[in-house]
Design a protein around this ligand. Structure first.
Ligand code: CO
Length: 204
């Protein structure tokens, strides 16, 4: 247990610092949350959602899984999305991938990784569907990074095509879905320019 006690100590210091700046911070937060954004990102420890966009507890609703996949049969992800849209009424959903994603890399490797290969199967499909786009890349890391970007675009479309988002738009609730990518090598985010705000955007 000794090794974990440092985490509890860190927690005490972290809470103290926040209270120093704003004495009623936690009391206020305990009454309600009203985040403006939903973040769907990779579970990778190097991509901590709140930190990289400078947001405090209460400011970002977060769902993370391996390779930031939005699957229409994943009750976990869909439940987070439904709560974010129907109850919290977030106006922006950010799907954020990252370069060098181990999940994306594993998806196109020929070796077996066990159960997770089932989860990553849809990314392998993206790779095969877009095979022509990869011809011009000479290095494996360039190929991987291109696939990381294509995966974000695919997951943005998957969010937009959920009944949750379709229903929100049908009742004129404003929701935009954005595709971003994070570079773990320099800590910077890039907007991939795939914002979808309506059924019309999807049809394009
Ligand atoms: Co990843």
């Amino acid at each position: 247990m000794k090794s974990l006690s440092i985490l509890i100590d860190n927690n005490r210091k972290w809470a103290e610092q926040l209270i120093k700046k704003q004495p009623d911070f936690f009391r206020k937060l305990s009454l309600q949350q009203s985040p403006d954004y939903l973040w769907i990102g990779c579970a990778d420890s190097r991509v901590p959602a709140n930190e990289i966009v400078g947001l405090l507890p209460g400011e970002l609703f977060v769902h993370r899984n391996v390779a930031n996949i939005v699957s229409h049969t994943d009750m976990n992800c869909l439940s987070v999305l439904q709560y974010a849209i129907d109850i919290l009424k977030v106006k922006d959903v950010i799907v954020c991938g990252h370069y060098g994603c181990g999940g994306v890399k594993a998806a196109i490797e020929d070796t077996s990784h066990g159960l997770i290969d089932n989860w990553l199967r849809s990314i392998r499909n993206i790779y095969h569907r877009n095979a022509a786009e990869f011809v011009s890349f000479s290095t494996e890391s360039d190929k991987l990074n291109k696939l990381c970007e294509l995966n974000v675009r695919e997951q943005v479309l998957n969010v937009a095509n959920t009944t949750i988002i379709q229903d929100a738009w049908a009742r004129a609730q404003k929701v935009a879905i954005h595709g971003w990518i994070y570079d773990i090598a320099d800590g910077l985010l890039t907007d991939l320019g795939v914002c979808i705000e309506s059924k019309n955007d999807l049809a394009r």
